[in-house]
Write a protein that binds this ligand. Structure first.
Ligand code: FEO
Ligand code: CA
Ligand code: CA
Length: 683
């Protein structure tokens, strides 16, 4: 019998995501107990905790009140009106001079007036030689392996030097929505073909794109020699300190160095040496028959998996292959310029639910990679390489740079507030010093070198630190955060921005109360933290931090926009992926808007007198999440992920008709947005 889905109103996820999203994207992570039950020290004390819990009750009673963006739309808990463009002049920081898009529930990508858009590539479009045109009624695994994958997330655009007006687009394909892909899908009895199509629809995609001369429009170049698909069955190499160890060996791979597939690639990063990084996030959901002995706080279920892959490949059954799950949950490095290369899973960066991996170089050229573990009460990490990047395009330099992420030290963050704990009451009320801010330290977990790895965590071997990194964070007393998602260092200032999506469990019985870095109990709208490394040195072991945004309806007193007048900003909820534009503005996409609008993309100045002026640039169709934002001078690129993912929806009963209209199957796709007059974005 088909399992009944929980209703949206009972969704404990805290964001506005449908239960369908929870089920297919993260394996219902939020319906399970909080996995971090470690008793490492909270920032705050017992009195503050008691205050926080009382305050949470008060906060829960606050009804979201009206907010006007340019006087256009009033928000409440009821569905909001269709999109209207507020009539206000397009002022703002350079790069953000557009009339903000009002919150709305239109089943389309809504962009500011004067901007155009096009679908760059959709799920199922052929990109490899010999791949057939998409036919949703007759899809095969072989066809899918040569076509663009499902649920595009992270996006990167890399230059293509000898081909003018072309770039290399790299995309993550995070997960599959079987009920929206297959007519008559029976979740209790998936067919082998359906499962193999899902394997081929996961992974990574590389596709060259052509720029239109007059606008920022991009179109896919099919059959380019660099086009590539990597799926759940492609070969990946495990490298670094955990590779070859006892914890990653399986019967099919007794050497522990060759993994088939990458799974649940969420966001990622682009390195200065021309490779892309891809975070393997909610990997637990693909494995069946876990146990306390095999789980180690990663959330693997004890029974059958959602997609029943274990029926078709025994490596997904942990009773038969207990180590297979240890071979996922890493950061993957791909060389998109070399279509023959084997992508690597970099174990020196630790194993957890990697949202993304964003690099910044030290002054002497060593890469530092910032990473979030997207789970309620999990941690923020960084990896500092011990090797310097070589400049230039020689083969030797490139070969050297492909070893940078195998040696260095992995750290986890601990945050301390500078205000009295009693002033952090869980409501979001600013403390008397006027800011949620303080200091922090990076605690070393393990160091990998040419002769092996050393653990810095008492009671854990280096191999254990790398494979069970969450447990290492617990032991050293890392700060439990409100779902650390994307992390992005500003290329202009070096300050690092951390999106903390939400955490409705904050301050509830048995869970950590609010602290200054996570100052709201039952935090349903999330916040964005700004971190400054000591001496502006990304390899520093200490930092200062402050909250840049505390998200929500600006009319809600528990919000903060870097001190900018709140009547002049757009409402925002559940910040997720972040990116910088060429002017140094931060762009933020959302996942699970709790204010009644569809998800969107926002730009905000981080410097100058307009610091904190947040403006909505676009919204996405029904059921979709805005992912992979990427802002170039002439275009804004977004991944429209899981359109139509609404409880009760199916191929037969679609909730969205995007992008191709009624009668056509809903398809995740990449969209480019550009100025109709051909000028740069937001100037
Ligand atoms: Fe795949 Fe954390 O979002
Ligand atoms: Ca303070
Ligand atoms: Ca995300």
């Amino acid at each position: 019998m088909r399992k009944l889905l929980p209703l949206l109103s009972t969704n404990p996820h805290g964001g506005g995501r449908s239960a369908l999203t929870c089920r297919f994207r993260c394996g219902d992570a939020c319906f399970h107990e909080v996995p971090n039950t470690s008793d490492n020290e909270y920032v705050g004390d017992v009195i503050a905790g008691a205050l926080s819990r009382r305050s949470a009750l008060r906060a829960a009673a606050v009804v979201t009140v009206a907010s006007a963006v340019g006087g256009a739309v009033v928000l409440g808990n009821a569905p909001v009106a269709e999109a209207k463009q507020p009539q206000e002049p397009a002022g703002g920081a350079r790069g953000l001079r557009f009339a903000p898009v009002a919150p709305n529930t239109a089943d389309q990508v809504t962009v500011p007036s004067g901007y155009g858009q096009n679908v760059v590539i959709r799920w199922g479009e052929p990109i490899l030689r010999g791949a057939p045109a998409f036919d949703s009624e007759n899809q095969t695994a072989a066809a899918q392996a040569g076509q663009f994958g499902y649920n595009n997330d992270f996006l990167s655009l890399l230059p293509l030097r000898h081909e003018p007006h072309r770039q290399v687009l790299v995309a993550n394909h995070e997960y599959t929505d079987e009920v929206l892909m297959f007519r008559g899908y029976d979740p209790e009895n998936p067919t082998r073909e359906q499962v193999e199509i899902a394997w081929a629809a996961h992974g990574l995609g590389v596709v060259v794109v052509q720029e239109e001369h007059r606008t920022g429009k991009l179109t896919a170049v099919t059959r380019h020699r660099l086009n590539r698909r990597l799926t759940a069955t492609s070969e990946f190499e495990l490298t670094g300190p955990a590779a070859g160890g006892d914890l990653v060996r399986t019967s099919a791979d007794p050497d522990g160095r060759t993994v088939l597939g990458t799974l649940n690639n969420c966001s990622g990063g682009t390195t200065p040496w021309g490779t892309t990084l891809h975070g393997e996030e909610n990997i637990n959901q693909y494995f069946a028959n876990g146990s306390s002995a095999t789980d180690k706080r990663y959330g693997v279920g004890t029974g059958a998996s959602e997609r029943k892959w274990e029926r078709f490949d025994k490596r997904f059954d942990l009773k038969q292959e207990p180590n297979e799950v240890h071979r996922f949950g890493w950061v993957v490095e791909l060389d998109p310029y070399d279509p023959e290369s084997t992508p690597r899973k970099r174990t020196a960066l630790g194993r957890f639910k990697h949202e993304a991996a964003q690099p910044r170089l030290t002054e002497d050229g060593r890469p530092v990679i910032y990473m979030g573990d997207d789970e309620r009460f999990d941690y923020l990490y960084k990896f500092v390489s011990s090797k310097r990047m070589k400049k230039g395009s020689s083969r030797a330099a490139h070969a050297h740079n492909l070893t940078l992420l195998d040696e260095g030290t992995l750290y986890v963050a601990k945050f301390t507030g500078d205000s009295p704990a009693a002033e952090i009451d869980g409501t979001g009320t600013l403390p008397s010093d006027g800011e949620f801010d303080g200091s922090g330290v990076w605690i070393p977990l393990a160091t990998a070198g040419p002769d092996g790895a050393v653990s810095h965590v008492p009671g854990m071997t280096a191999e254990e630190v790398y494979v069970f990194t969450r447990l290492a964070g617990d032991k050293v007393g890392a700060t439990k955060m409100d779902r650390p998602e994307d992390v992005e260092p500003s290329p202009r200032t070096g300050r690092v921005y951390v999106a903390l999506t939400n955490n409705t469990k904050r301050g509830t019985t048995g869970n950590a109360p609010a602290d200054e870095a996570n100052p709201r109990n039952a935090n349903k709208h999330g916040h964005v933290l700004e971190l400054s490394e000591h001496g502006d040195d990304p390899s520093s072991d200490g930092f200062a931090w402050r909250l840049f945004l505390v998200a929500g309806d600006p009319a809600d007193p528990a919000t903060y926009f870097a001190g900018f007048p709140k009547e002049k900003v757009s409402p925002i909820s559940c910040p997720d992926n972040v990116a910088f534009d060429p002017h140094g503005n931060l762009w933020i996409s959302t996942d699970g808007n709790q204010l009644g609008s569809h998800d969107g993309l926002f730009g905000v100045a981080t410097r100058g007198e307009r610091r904190g002026e947040l403006k909505q640039f676009l919204t996405v169709p029904t059921g979709a999440e805005t992912c992979g934002p990427l802002v170039q001078d002439r275009r804004v690129l977004v991944s429209v992920q899981h359109p139509g993912e609404v409880d009760g929806a199916s191929v037969e009963k679609p909730a969205s008709v995007w992008p191709d209209g009624p009668g056509k199957i809903v398809r995740p796709a990449v969209v480019s947005v550009w100025r109709e007059d051909g000028r740069d974005i937001g100037v």
